[in-house]
Design a protein around this ligand. Structure first.
Ligand SMILES: Nc1nc2c(c(=O)[nH]1)N[C@H]1C(S)=C(S)[C@@H](COP(=O)(O)OP(=O)(O)OC[C@H]3O[C@@H](n4cnc5c(=O)[nH]c(N)nc54)[C@H](O)[C@@H]3O)O[C@H]1N2
Ligand SMILES: Nc1nc2c(c(=O)[nH]1)N[C@H]1C(S)=C(S)[C@@H](COP(=O)(O)OP(=O)(O)OC[C@H]3O[C@@H](n4cnc5c(=O)[nH]c(N)nc54)[C@H](O)[C@@H]3O)O[C@H]1N2
Ligand code: SF4
Ligand SMILES: [Mo]
Length: 717
């Protein structure tokens, strides 16, 4: 049989590496890296190379599942499953109102054009307040701080990796994650090149990560101390008179308030909280000076600090450092990518919202969503009180797995079982889909084409490409978009009207939805975009349109504040400072352990786990000795909300007092330990890092070293 060759970017993570697929009939025969991709230039990781295996994996669902009366699943036809799902959801809306319907949008949606358009249509048709997504475990601090400072939640400057001379990486491990809010395939090569041209890489991370090993300097910060460290750096830049006054005068507003606001964060006062030892004040002064006097320089913050109780303040401080030093919109500093759909940023709905309303717990919405840490409680409130306003009674989960990915997963799993209707749109019977009444498995994204609607807008070079389908869709299969649109239409037709979903336009959308084509919409979007790209022009570059360095001079186009200036001291951030200042009074008590997460190259979030390194709990030698633990011991790690058994790996890669457990599938879930009561009240972020835990040897007779624990053996976990 002849083999067809298709070039396409990998959709598994933000790096978007170019891959070459060889296809035989309806099978993907092989996947290779694509040396001709102008952006990734032949780089890819083991997950990309495993795409054929993942695509043909035996646990991929091909037929919808519907729960029987006895609790087991039965296979069903698409029309029957969609009817059952729509009836279940519409019945809940009829009985309890629109807000009883919950929607959760998971991470793969942003890597899948059809899912992206489909979930937007679904959310437009059903504007319930009970909207959730992976964002509250991920980007919430970035969304809020961009909105407050630039007037636009997606105005995200990315570090100009290839031209910077001094880079501070805070709480990110791009060597393993391959970058986030920084689409940068070959990130290892780019960081090595920075050092080779005489530049400096400084990494702030409680663990000596793969990225930290590459750095000139690694600061093993105490988990959660980022806001203190970064605000102290910003204060120091001002105290040493090193700010870029010309830049601040032209582009920023509120500069004069900063010295007073940052006054409490002197190097000496923050030092006892940083875990960086006696020399911490000198380190803060030295780093502030290096950052402000090396041109160009960039500060890059990612998931580590976002998943703490002060993620909003930390991200604010990161932006402040780039702005005060005049490194925003400067080559080698942080720059704004011109993604092919960035014209959409001008639309009001894309800009984002904050605190337009609050949840019954008093938590502000962000981008029209509530934080996941209240999801279980929203269900439990309804069980306790049949009339509880905004209680959640049905949930649709689009490509998400909150039972493994959100805090206190066991509580969430119990809550799902109490719901009147759960619909999971998922390609496998995940730990979350197992709790569904109906599971709708769309065909793989590799059967559909289009353009990447998200990640070119966060890329370290200006990139664009048109993606062809890799394999023809199997007969009778349903695309992601079609599955969501047909579900939305089914619910719309059955549910009673709500004042929030009456407009004629919405009625038209509901009628037309299943016939819309995400590909056609994307092609139109490209045409209207800043580069006026056509599908044909992009298709002429099957390896990807030639990439170009990001340009300066785009700040004005990313600013949507009323006065056209960057707000350096927005009200909600200033108000949140009091909470941080209060922590200065009491330095952390010695002893005790806190838990942080970890990503592994061969895993992807909760759903991909290629055979590879075991899931181990990293423990510092002092902490291990104090508890009689050694590498290979089994231990019980417990938090306020739960406990799991783990295998210990003793290493000084983590600081004393810090233990690290990977987040992922195929082993005990770290989110059975993360505490839904720990969050950033400002941004709604779950504080998945810095969780207080205890650690003790497991009862040896029950779990000899090296054996699988019961939790390891539950499939899909
Ligand atoms: N403790 C801890 N928790 C974390 C994190 C952490 O670092 N530590 N990281 C957080 C972050 S950054 C994120 S983004 C979240 C992710 O959390 P989620 O978005 O909730 O879930 P994922 O783990 O990405 O699981 C995605 C689900 O979608 C399914 N799926 C995969 N591809 C497709 C597709 O094309 N279509 C459909 N319909 N389904 C598909 C998979 O089978 C899987 O069940 O986890 C967060 N949770
Ligand atoms: N192989 C692989 N790649 C992935 C994923 C995956 O699951 N596997 N997931 C993808 C997703 S959805 C995302 S969002 C990105 C995330 O990509 P990154 O932002 O690079 O996230 P992590 O690799 O989790 O790195 C976060 C780092 O923060 C550190 N950390 C923990 N607590 C703190 C703290 O309080 N302060 C500081 N400063 N650091 C802290 C951790 O030790 C860790 O090294 O990765 C993406 N890429
Ligand atoms: S780094 Fe790996 S998973 Fe991420 S896009 Fe590249 S090949 Fe895919
Ligand atoms: Mo993420």
């Amino acid at each position: 049989m002849t083999r067809a060759v298709v070039h396409r970017a990998c959709h598994l993570c933000e790096a978007s590496c170019g891959l070459t697929f060889e296809v035989e009939g309806d099978r993907i025969a092989s996947v290779r890296n694509d040396p001709d991709d102008p952006f990734s230039r032949g780089f890819c990781c083991p997950k990309g190379l495993a795409l054929a295996r993942l695509h043909h994996a035996p646990d991929r669902l091909t037929t919808p599942l519907v729960r029987r009366a006895d609790g087991t699943f039965a296979e069903a036809s698409w029309p029957a499953a969609l009817d059952r799902a729509a009836e279940g959801l519409a019945a809940v809306i009829a009985r309890h109102g629109l807000d009883a319907l919950g929607v959760y949008v998971g991470n793969p949606v942003v890597h899948n054009l059809g899912a992206m358009v489909g979930t937007e249509v679904f959310r437009a048709l059903f504007p319930t307040r009970n909207r959730y997504s992976a964002n509250s475990q991920d980007v919430n601090p970035h969304l809020l701080v961009n909105l407050l400072m630039f007037g636009m939640q997606l105005a995200q400057p990315v570090p100009d990796l290839d031209r910077t001379r001094w880079l501070l990486v805070v709480g990110a491990n791009p060597l393993v994650s391959n970058g986030s809010l920084m689409t940068a395939p070959r990130v290892g090569a780019r960081l090595r090149a920075l050092r080779a041209r005489g530049g400096t890489l400084v990494v702030v991370d409680p663990r000596r990560t793969e990225t930290a090993r590459l750095a000139d300097e690694h600061l093993p910060l105490r988990p959660g101390a980022d806001a203190l460290l970064l605000l102290a750096l910003a204060r120091e830049v001002l105290a040493q008179g090193l700010e870029d006054r010309a830049f601040l005068g032209r582009w920023c507003q509120g500069h004069e308030r900063l010295p007073a606001l940052l006054a409490p964060f002197t190097p000496e006062r923050v030092a006892p909280h940083l875990g960086l030892g006696e020399g911490a004040p000198a380190t803060v002064r030295r780093l502030a000076r290096a950052l402000a006097t090396t041109r160009p320089a960039a500060v890059y913050l990612r998931l580590g600090p976002c998943n703490t109780t002060t993620g909003g303040l930390a991200v604010w401080a990161g932006h402040l450092l780039n702005l005060l030093t005049g490194n925003v919109d400067r080559a080698g500093g942080v720059l704004f990518p011109e993604g092919p759909l960035s014209w959409l940023f001008r639309l009001r709905f894309a800009r984002g919202s904050f605190d337009a309303y609050r949840s019954p717990q008093g938590r502000p919405e962000l981008a029209g969503e509530y934080p996941c840490s209240i999801l279980a409680e929203q269900v439990e409130r309804g069980l306790a009180d049949p009339a509880a306003p905004e209680a959640l009674r049905a949930l649709v989960v689009f490509a998400g797995n909150p039972v493994l990915s959100a805090p206190n997963g066991r509580r969430l799993a119990r809550a799902l079982d109490a719901l009147e209707c759960v619909v999971a749109v998922d390609t496998s019977l995940s730990a979350t889909a197992r709790h569904a009444h109906v599971v709708l498995p769309p065909r793989s994204v590799l059967h559909d084409g289009g353009c990447d609607p998200v990640f070119p807008h966060f890329a370290v070079e200006d990139v664009a490409r048109w993606t062809p389908p890799v394999v023809a869709p199997p007969p009778g299969s349903v695309s992601e978009y079609e599955a969501i649109a047909r579900l939305a239409q089914g619910v719309w037709r059955r549910a009673p009207r709500d004042p929030r979903r009456q407009g004629r336009l919405l009625g038209l959308l509901a009628r037309a939805a299943p016939r819309l084509s995400p590909e056609a919409l994307a092609a139109l979007g490209l045409r209207l975009g800043p580069r006026r790209l056509s599908r044909a022009r992009l298709a002429a570059h099957p390896h990807g349109h030639p990439a170009r360095p990001l340009a300066e001079g785009r700040l004005a186009r990313r600013l949507f504040t009323a006065d056209g200036k960057v707000a350096l001291a927005p009200g909600p951030l200033v108000a949140d400072l009091d909470r941080l200042v209060a922590t200065l009074a009491a330095p952390p008590a010695p002893g005790g352990l806190v838990l942080i997460g970890r990503r592994q190259l061969r895993t992807n979030n909760s759903w991909i786990h290629l055979p590879g390194p075991r899931c181990t709990l990293l423990v510092h030698p002092e902490d291990a000795r104090a508890r009689g633990l050694a590498t290979g011991s089994r231990a019980v790690i417990a938090s306020r909300v739960g406990e799991v058994q783990v295998e210990v790996e003793v290493t000084d890669d983590v600081s004393p007092g810090v233990v690290s457990l990977p987040h992922g599938r195929g082993h005990p879930s770290v989110n059975d330990l993360t505490d839904d009561a720990r969050h950033d009240p400002l941004t709604g972020s779950s504080a998945l890092n810095g969780v207080p835990v205890t650690l003790a040897p497991a009862a040896a007779d029950l779990h000899p070293a090296g054996a699988e624990s019961a939790a390891d053996l539950v499939p899909g976990r």
